[in-house]
Write a protein that binds this ligand. Structure first.
Ligand SMILES: [Zn+2]
Length: 117
């Protein structure tokens, strides 16, 4: 196990990102938290490609540190846009990595715990 992550549903930041990306559903990572908008933790966790993509961003935050990663991401974004920036290329490649989701444990908040679990 490499780390843990949290999920924030109905996130203000994910809502802003959804508007900017003109996307209905949105997931975005800040630190160790996946921020969701118009989706919930069940749908997100069930979609392995989506989960691995966001876990790759969690790994990037950890690898570079909060401030440095946000700075580097912004520089890449300005130079190459969303799709071709190296952090998104890496995250898309990680979607095929079946071991990635085994390295991170989901830490649910009270509303996200399964009944009886
Ligand atoms: Zn991404």
């Amino acid at each position: 196990m490499t780390g843990t992550f949290h999920i924030k549903e109905n996130s203000f930041w994910a809502k802003l990102a959804a508007k900017r990306m003109k996307s209905y559903k949105m997931a975005m990572v800040l630190g160790k938290t996946v921020h969701l908008y118009n989706t919930d933790h069940r749908e997100f966790l069930t979609n392995k490609r989506w989960l691995r993509h966001e876990l790759a961003h969690i790994r990037q935050f950890r690898q570079y540190g909060w401030f440095r990663f946000l700075f580097l991401y912004l520089v890449e974004f300005i130079r190459k846009g969303y799709y071709m920036n190296r952090f998104e290329v890496e995250a898309r490649e990680a979607e095929q990595d079946p071991f990635l989701e085994d390295q991170y444990a989901f830490k649910p908040n009270d509303g996200q715990r399964e009944r009886g679990a």
